[in-house]
Design a protein around this ligand. Structure first.
Ligand code: CU
Length: 563
């Protein structure tokens, strides 16, 4: 059984705790600065409100219990109320005190609603721009290079929005797209077709339907005058897991808000009818509020502690679990490839522990796999993005231009693991030609209609000493300002010691440009810088790669590094 004062206290504290719960919960869920600031402000303001509430209800020198309250009339009070009704003049005084309390009470009740209103738009925005909701796969499909962005839906069934950005000339090609749950046949899946127009657009949109959650493969088939190819892009749709604690907290907070609204409504009704609310209703509302508060506090605290632990674990840089290494088996078709003849490289990825096909590759710079193929003399260089054909299987065609030993560098990243670069050699037959002249080192050279000058912050280069290499671009005597990002970066630099012992993939120091479905407007120029420390002395072969007007510009380089 509660007295009036107790009931009011429970309500005041209910309102306060609900508010803190809502704000704390939002802070926990979203980890947003705005919620944190709100929480801080409320933590300062609420004790003051509590003090006001306490003084007004318990009173300083007031006889609270004797004071008449419309909500909880007892025997003697009821008789007094009946007398009041008979004599309106005597009624004004007690009701005024009560309605003042009501106003304060309502103000306190309004706060959680204001808190909610402040928070809800923020949460909606946070969901819309949640990282990872769009995944861009850049890869070769047959002879065509394209970037396909998948907007991963938050739940299923849902439409699957696709944006296709050709990376080179794709005019008059047809792109067929269809979906199948991982491991199932595409045979009966409905397909949508996109026709790359002439002249080509920078972006084509398509839409498919995802029926359920789980692992999916998107098959992209391209056919055109230059040839055809296929890629199967893996993605997953997961319903955000809602824990029991979260559901309980939400129910408790919802219960608090509903009970408060009901309570305000009933009190308003009671006042208007000048009839007291029945005691049992009041008690019931108080009990429900109290129960909701208890549940909200328990699960709110639990959620808060959980998130605190997660934040601490993230901040302390606790190493993520990691996955076993990946074994790569490289195959060539034909088995003995010949210089000048096309060959297909097949890369089968298996888990180093279980031997099963590797199916948990993360997108790394917009591709599941980056493949760099270099001939031992450095005369042949290709940076490719092989399409995934089946679980753990990637394949791509290329035409080696000289006989000899080649190295394929496979760069991949498994979920929760770091980047792995795996080198595999293969042999190409044919009649050896004269050794190619090595490309120039520092200084100026013409590449197409571009003049590229390369300089270093450290000359001569020394092993173990950091150097900044600067590539400056000019066209027609004017500095080039319209270099585009490629695979999220202003430039990529592949370095390899002539003996093959050292391999590096370095990114430009310029600001990253994360990809997405829309056109990327970031431009770079005329200078692009890379920082590197060559680990050992000797001759190095380098290939710097940039993108301009949708075409990849490769700048080969030979540098000597002294001791
Ligand atoms: Cu790449």
């Amino acid at each position: 059984m509660h007295t009036d004062a107790e009931t009011t206290f429970v309500r005041v504290y209910g309102a306060r705790t609900a508010l803190l719960g809502v704000v704390g919960f939002t802070f926990v869920t979203l980890g947003m600065i705005r919620s944190f600031a709100l929480l801080f402000t409320l933590a300062t303001v609420l004790p003051l409100l509590d003090a006001v509430a306490s003084v007004s209800r318990i009173g300083l020198g007031h006889k609270l219990v004797a004071r008449r309250h419309h909500a909880r009339p007892h025997g003697r009070q009821r008789r007094a109320l009946a007398a009041d009704r008979a004599n309106p003049a005597s009624r004004s005084q007690p009701w005024r005190g009560s309605s003042n309390d009501n106003r304060l009470f309502r103000t306190l009740l309004l706060l959680p609603l204001i808190g909610l209103a402040l928070i809800l738009p923020a949460s909606a925005a946070a969901h819309g721009s949640a990282p990872g909701s769009a995944q861009t796969f850049t890869q070769a499909i047959g002879p065509y290079e394209l970037a396909i962005t998948i907007q991963i839906p938050q739940r299923a069934p849902a439409p699957l929005l696709l944006a296709i950005a050709p990376q080179d000339d794709m005019r008059d090609t047809t792109i067929s797209l269809r979906l199948a749950p991982r491991g199932q046949s595409f045979a009966n899946a409905p397909a949508v077709q996109v026709r790359a127009t002439n002249p080509p657009q920078p972006l084509y949109n398509a839409q498919l339907q995802v029926d359920g959650t789980g692992d999916w493969d998107l098959e992209a088939r391209v056919e055109g005058a230059k040839g055809q190819g296929v890629a199967r892009l893996p993605f997953s749709v997961v319903n955000p897991p809602l824990s029991v604690a979260t559901v309980a907290l939400l129910i408790a907070i919802g219960g608090l808000i509903v009970t408060m609204i009901v309570s305000i409504g009933l009190e308003g009704l009671a006042q208007r009818r000048k009839q007291p609310m029945p005691g049992w209703v009041n008690r019931l509302l108080g009990d429900v509020l109290f129960a909701c508060v208890i549940v909200a506090v328990i699960f709110g605290v639990q959620q808060f502690l959980d998130s605190l632990r997660a934040t601490q674990a993230a901040a302390s840089g606790t190493p993520i679990s990691g996955r076993p290494h990946v074994n790569v088996v490289l195959g060539t078709a034909p088995r003995v490839p010949l210089a000048g003849q096309p060959l297909t490289l097949t890369l089968d990825l298996s888990d180093g522990s279980t031997g099963l096909p590797v199916e948990d590759l993360s997108l790394h710079h917009e591709a599941l796999m980056h493949l760099v193929v270099i001939s031992s003399d450095g005369g042949f260089f290709a940076h490719l993005h092989p399409p995934r054909l089946a679980p753990g299987r990637f394949a791509i065609a290329l035409t080696p231009d000289r006989p000899g030993r080649y190295t394929a560098y496979v760069e991949i990243e498994r979920q929760d693991s770091g980047l792995q670069a795996i080198a595999r050699d293969f042999q190409v037959g044919g009649t050896p030609a004269a050794d190619p002249a090595p490309p120039p080192g520092f200084g100026s050279r013409e590449i197409g209609d571009l003049r590229v000058s390369v300089s270093s912050s450290l000359t001569p280069l020394r092993a173990g000493r950091q150097a900044t290499l600067t590539f400056s671009f000019n066209a027609g005597g004017a500095p080039v300002m319209d270099l585009q990002p490629w695979l999220e970066m202003a430039g990529h630099l592949i370095t390899r010691s002539a003996d093959g012992a050292v391999y590096g993939h370095i990114h430009a120091t310029e600001r990253m440009a994360p990809g997405g479905p829309g056109p990327v407007t970031v431009r770079y120029g005329p200078d692009i810088r890379f920082v590197d420390t060559f680990p050992q002395p000797g001759r190095y072969q380098l290939w710097a790669q940039f993108r301009r007007a949708g075409k990849i510009v490769t700048v080969p380089l030979t540098l000597e590094v002294e001791k």
